[in-house]
Ligand binder design. Structure first.
Ligand SMILES: *[C@@H]1O[C@H](CO)[C@@H](O)[C@H](O)[C@H]1NC(C)=O
Length: 184
């Protein structure tokens, strides 16, 4: 219980910090780093420490990363867009039928609030034209990746195993974001 409360505090603190510095795009990589770290902590705190035996086969066989791997990360603006789209899509996917997901409502609320805030802040720091072909392609690739997560949830009827896979995938996305932030 202590641990849970503590994580919740971190989550709330981060929402607060991010809100305070929302105007400051010069500090983008710093607050994004903090926010991503907090997202990871909340997620890790909720995930099973080992993959449940009955989910193992599903976890191993699911690998839709091609779309993310193809994203062009040579340009800073494109990297920001990729991160922003991942945050937004993560928020969407966690709003799906989550009755089998072992999260309490408070954690889920904090997680959503953080994602929404971070996504909005990041959006306000983007300078590339949303019409740029490269930007659109990046968004499309992130969306395709999350579409495959969403399809999996539906196919497996929002089961515990399906949510286990989603959480593993999202955790890997956050770890990927950690690397991407260093390019900003
Ligand atoms: C949500 O998923 C659970 C578990 O698969 C299922 O029993 C329930 O009917 C679903 N609820 C809705 C509203 O689809």
């Amino acid at each position: 219980m202590v641990n849970k409360g503590w994580l919740l505090c971190i989550g709330l603190a981060t929402v607060f910090i991010v809100e305070v510095s929302s105007q400051d795009c010069g500090q983008l990589s710093t607050w994004l780093q903090q926010a991503n770290q907090a997202n990871l902590e909340v997620l890790k705190g909720k995930m099973a420490s080992t993959i449940p035996q009955q989910c193992l086969d599903d976890v191993v066989s699911f690998s839709p990363k091609e779309n993310l791997r193809n994203i062009d990360i040579s340009e800073e603006e494109n990297v920001k867009v990729a991160i922003q789209e991942v945050l937004q899509q993560t928020g969407h996917i966690f709003k799906q039928n989550n009755t089998e997901m072992p999260w309490d409502e408070d954690s889920l609320r904090v997680f959503h609030a953080g994602l929404d805030q971070q996504s909005e802040n990041l959006k306000s720091c983007l300078s590339a034209s949303p019409r740029s072909q490269r930007i659109q392609l990046t968004r499309l690739r992130v969306k395709r990746y999350f579409r495959s997560l969403s399809d999996l949830l539906k196919e497996k009827e929002y089961s515990r195993c399906a949510w286990e896979i989603i959480q593993i995938q999202v955790k890997e996305c956050f770890l990927w974001i950690e690397k991407l932030i260093q390019m900003i």
